[in-house]
Ligand binder design. Structure first.
Ligand code: HEC
Length: 215
């Protein structure tokens, strides 16, 4: 009897442990990607569904919708190394006044950029700046800017319109026409649904029409 009880207790315990383990594993597994998902998409763009995903929104559209005040708030992350006011001091990084449109790695007020950054060449267009702010390391491997990057495209766009307003004022790229793909997709679905409804309607109409001559 005792033995049976122990066996039973053993299995019960075992089941409990397995259950706990699975709960823990599955909770880890299912929440694995949660921190990457924004709780709320920063900018709602009419006609574009949230599921459209990050890359689906063109940079020009993000820039057109971007809020410089939000960029200013995000600039707090940069202030340990950068100033942005006209003639501001260089810190660990160069003063960023008027940086949009300037040659990449030009620095400011005697700041010497790394050759890693200078070698990229070109000017700070919005596309270049977007790539830089996403991942400085990926943009200029070996750069002195030890900043991980801004993961959200909306944050980078806000940062750029803010920087642009600090002495650059480069015209923003024209956003693409609002009839972009995500909207067209919805339209197709709607059309498909309409088509089905029409087909059903036709079938329903068809029946009495066929019946009529017979009557
Ligand atoms: C830990 C310090 C640090 C932080 C934080 C930092 N930067 Fe930098 N930044 C640097 C350094 C250092 C350089 C020079 C890089 C080089 O020469 O390789 C630089 C360079 C730059 C440049 C290029 C300037 C030029 O002359 O071409 C831009 C633009 C820039 N940073 C923007 C930003 C923005 C925007 C943020 C905040 C989102 C930021 N940085 C955060 C240190 C930093």
């Amino acid at each position: 009897m005792d033995d049976d009880f122990n066996t039973f207790a053993g299995w019960a315990l075992f089941a409990g442990i397995v259950g706990l383990g699975l709960t823990s594993i599955s909770s880890h597994y299912f929440s694995a990607d949660k921190p990457h998902r924004p709780h709320h998409m920063g900018y709602e763009i009419e006609g574009v569904e949230a599921e459209a995903g990050e890359e689906a929104v063109p940079l020009a559209t993000l820039l057109a919708e971007a809020d410089p005040a939000r960029g200013e708030a995000i600039f707090a992350k940069c202030m340990s190394c950068h100033t942005v006011d006209s003639g501001g001091k260089n810190g660990i990084g160069p003063n960023l006044h008027g940086v949009v449109g300037k040659p990449v790695g030009e620095g400011a007020g005697g700041f010497v950029s790394s050759s890693a950054l200078k070698d990229v060449g070109g000017t700070w267009t919005f596309d270049q700046m977007d790539a830089w702010l996403k991942s400085p390391k990926a943009f200029a491997s070996g750069t002195k800017m030890t900043f991980a990057g801004l993961g959200k495209p909306e944050d980078r766009a806000a940062m750029m319109v803010y920087l642009n307003a600090q002495g650059s004022n480069v015209p923003l790229p024209a956003p693409p026409a609002p009839s972009a793909e995500p909207v067209a997709e919805g339209g197709d679905e709607a059309q498909a649904a309409e088509g089905e409804a029409a087909a059903e309607g036709a079938a329903a109409e068809g029946a009495p029409a066929e019946a009529a001559p017979a009557a």
